[in-house]
Design a protein around this ligand. Structure first.
Ligand code: 3Y8
Ligand code: NAP
Length: 257
């Protein structure tokens, strides 16, 4: 009897949850519990970590999960890695629903960097007005350059003091639109945008706004995650679920690539 664990937290996960609910499939939607009021979902909900790989194996067995869909964010590398290991250990089918990385377009002024630390190093030492649109978890790396002004966009008001002295804080949950991001960046006289290569449409507006304003973008590449079957659309995932976990879209390893 099919029972699905949907690891959520992205727009794609929310769209998939609707398709899974509409198909009447037995599924649980999982949030990490990073935000105070995550958007509601049309599936049974669980919130919080599982307790590492072992905790996830126990959960999969206790809840008789037959399929895991990792629809988390491309930067949620720890969750994705745990899912690969736990599903391998528990013999549960796994696929990832992942949106393609953004590609620079003509007129874009992007600098591609591999890590957060390289992004900090790429900023001026002082005098820049930086739109740090990377959330809350990675702000402390930018304390290495305290003499810039940082515009932070956070989902919830910060509970602890921020690790940066010169900040403006915008509390907002995406998805965002170009008009809004453009006027936000103009209002704050932004000279640089720092972005993770999240892909998808929910966070893309700032890149379009930067292009229109001629503002350079520091683009942080995605972290590596272990090999697993990756699907690119809700329809492909539904096909995978209908077709049974063991055939349909073969994983790259199965295709010998
Ligand atoms: C808790 C669930 C949906 C999902 C919406 C997407 C779009 C809007 C854009 C910017 C970039 C950022 C951030 C962002 C976006 C979507 C998507 C996306 C980026 C929520 C959500 C949870 C989170 C966690 C949060 C992180 C933070 C990252 C803000 C809900 C709203 C910056 C990623 O305060 C914190 O601790 C926030 C932490 C992880 C990255 C970070 O390191 O701080 N997302 N975001 C999920 C959970 O608990 O499991 O609250 O409703 C979901 C969404 N955020 O259903 O419509 O699909 O990407 N999320 C980034 O891209 O860099 C904002 O400001 O331009
Ligand atoms: P992460 O660093 O990869 O994961 C850290 C730990 O958080 C995991 O080991 C797991 O704890 C727990 N966790 C993460 N996602 C979970 C989920 N969906 N359900 C249950 N537990 C989860 O993850 P993150 O980058 O903090 O992302 C957390 C959530 O925010 C995810 O749902 C992700 O989709 C969403 N999100 C993240 C970003 C981003 O930029 N990172 C952007 C948009 C949305 P245990 O080890 O205890 O199981």
């Amino acid at each position: 009897m099919m029972r699905i664990l949907l690891l959520g937290g992205t727009s794609e996960a929310s769209r998939l949850a609707v398709a899974v609910a509409d198909a009447g499939l037995d599924a649980v939607f999982s949030y990490a519990g990073r935000t105070a009021q995550p958007v509601s979902q049309p599936l049974a909900l669980r919130v919080g970590g599982f307790g590492g790989v072992e905790g996830l194996v126990t959960y999969l067995r206790n809840e008789r999960i037959t399929h895991v869909i990792d629809a988390t964010h491309p930067f949620a590398a720890q969750m994705s890695s745990n899912a690969v290991r736990a599903c391998g250990h528990a013999g549960v089918a796994l696929c990832a629903l992942e949106r393609p990385a953004w590609q620079a377009d003509t007129g874009d002024r992007w600098t591609h960097l591999a890590t957060l630390e390289e992004a900090v190093a790429a900023l001026p030492d002082r005098g820049a007005r930086v739109f740090l649109a990377i959330g809350k978890q990675n702000l402390s790396a930018f304390a290495a350059k305290p003499e810039n002004h940082y515009l932070l966009r956070l989902v919830d008001p910060p509970e602890a003091p921020l690790p940066l002295p010169n900040t403006s804080v915008e509390i907002a949950r995406g998805p965002f639109d170009v008009m809004g991001d453009r006027s936000l960046m103009q209002a704050h006289g932004i000279t640089h945008v720092v972005s993770k290569n999240a892909g998808g449409s929910g966070a893309e507006a700032k890149l379009q706004a930067a292009r229109e304003l001629g503002v350079p973008v520091i683009m942080i590449a995605r972290p590596k995650v272990p090999e697993r079957r990756v699907l690119a659309s809700v329809e492909q995932v539904m096909g995978w679920l209908r077709g049974g976990a063991d055939h349909e879209v073969a994983s790259p390893a199965e295709r010998g690539v």
